[in-house]
Write a protein that binds this ligand. Structure first.
Ligand SMILES: C[S@@+](CC[C@H](N)C(=O)[O-])C[C@H]1O[C@@H](n2cnc3c(N)ncnc32)[C@H](O)[C@@H]1O
Length: 433
């Protein structure tokens, strides 16, 4: 069953935003002081543009991560963040940038090089020029400065609860990073909700994943891989978990809401291949030096069994030593039941009739990029797309509005490594009244 959305996304109507505007009366952006319908309409259009502009900055962050950790364009060793100044002095940073610029001249089939080439061109830089190397170096320097600022900010944050991540990325580029870990958190949360009787067998028919991301190359070296094409996991992971837990039946409809043209185009291309009966391959590398809980290892070993089957994994080059690998090919019918839509969850929603509202919405590692006012707006937009009693699962604490439709009903804490209490995630369940 494929959802049909007619006109697609609409901006949040003023009447729906009013309770949030009232709650944030003293902390509103300048243009929204003493708000009215016209000011709201003008602000949402301008804010939508500025949110979408943050995607470009996020792509430049991916470029910086690619310079440090990529192995598909160079034979030089990868650079760990704590060995960076040494690598700079020894000329290793420059050598990797030189190799990257040579790769950009002849990207061949390397999707990441093509992505970076187009990114530079959009900034008016000729990827084959000497200027390209300078631009990449300054992008890396800016990214490293930002990493320092973010870790200081995270160290100073005083979380009010286990779910609270204090919007630490509120002014950062919007990244597309994704991995298996948030999918495991959602899997365990769904199991918890089933065990508590909050979700029942076969109850979930309509699902949305907001911001599934694209694994281009991660910002953490231990999970930064580029030996397989960029991939998305979350829509298929959620589908897989729902079937395995018996919460949904095959044929459920899954909407993918995102603002990134990279993510939406990627899914559209997967759907075009699926129409020709070609499945979607997902590579699942696991660095064995990272301790995983038995639960997480078990999740990794059976990932995808309900949406496809195991296939031979791509062989990692020698530079990625100590990797355990698995790969899964998702069935074309599953790919075709995942339909993307361009929706900015902070400012927009799908105008769904009651019969088409979602039972479940998943949104991990997205609200941390927004300030509390934007989070409060996003929570109301998610609520408008849920049926009464429907759930939004997210790993951020979102501000509830007294007259709003969404309430936090609980939280599930998920451990990634039983020996390390810090290796965990918390997923809040927000329920529509
Ligand atoms: C860091 S990735 C998270 C990916 C995945 N959910 C995970 O947890 O691994 C953030 C994703 O949210 C999307 N995103 C960011 N802001 C958004 C917004 N306002 N509306 C919809 N999608 C957004 C990005 O394009 C990207 O796909």
């Amino acid at each position: 069953m494929i959802a049909a959305y007619g006109a697609g996304a609409v901006f949040t109507p003023y009447s729906a935003a009013k309770p949030v505007l009232d709650s944030y009366r003293d902390r509103l952006p300048e243009q929204l002081r003493n708000p009215n319908e016209a000011k709201w309409a003008a602000w949402t259009r301008a804010e939508d543009k500025s949110i979408r502009a943050r995607l470009h900055q996020g792509e430049l962050d991916s470029l910086a991560n690619f310079v440090l950790f990529g192995a598909s364009f160079t034979k030089q060793p990868r650079i760990k963040i704590d060995a960076l100044s040494e690598a700079n002095k020894s000329g290793l940073v420059q050598a990797r940038i030189d190799d990257l610029v040579s790769g950009l001249r002849n990207p061949g089939e390397n999707e990441r090089l093509i992505f970076i080439r187009d990114l530079l061109r959009r900034d008016g830089i000729d990827p084959a020029s000497a200027e390209a190397g300078k631009f990449i170096y300054s992008t890396l320097a800016r990214n490293l400065q930002e990493r320092r600022t973010l870790s200081e900010r995270a160290a100073q944050a005083k979380p009010a609860s286990i779910l609270d991540r204090a919007s630490v990325f509120y002014d950062r580029g919007l990244s597309l990073d994704t991995s298996i870990l948030p999918d495991f958190s959602i899997d365990r949360t769904l199991a918890d909700l089933k065990q508590r009787g909050i979700l029942r067998e076969g109850q979930v028919g309509r699902v949305a994943v907001i911001g599934p991301g694209l694994d281009f190359i991660d910002k953490n070296d231990e999970s930064a891989f580029d030996y397989y094409p960029p991939q998305t996991l979350q829509p298929f992971a959620v589908y897989d978990s729902l079937l395995r837990l018996g919460l949904a039946q095959p044929g459920l409809s899954l909407s993918i809401l995102d603002i990134s043209p990279r993510v939406i185009d990627h899914i559209q291309r997967a759907r075009e291949r699926a129409r020709k009966n070609v499945g979607y391959e997902i590579q699942l590398p696991h660095d064995v030096s990272r301790a995983w809980s038995p639960d997480l290892s078990g999740y990794w070993s059976s990932f995808g069994e309900h949406v496809g089957g195991a296939v031979k994994p791509a062989r990692p080059p020698g530079i990625f030593s100590g990797l355990q690998t698995r790969a899964v090919r998702v069935r074309p019918d599953v790919v075709l039941s995942c339909e993307p839509a361009d929706v900015n969850i902070v400012l927009q929603r799908l105008n769904l009739p009651a019969s088409q509202r979602f039972d479940l919405i998943i949104a991990t590692n997205i609200f941390v990029y927004y300030d509390p006012f934007e989070q409060a707006l996003g929570l109301q937009n998610a609520g408008a797309m849920l049926r009464p009693g429907g759930l939004l699962l997210t790993n951020d604490k979102l501000p509830e509005i007294p007259s709003g439709v969404m309430r936090q009903a609980g939280v599930t804490v998920v451990s990634f490594d039983d020996r390390d209490p810090a290796a965990r995630d918390a997923v809040g369940w927000y329920q529509r009244k």
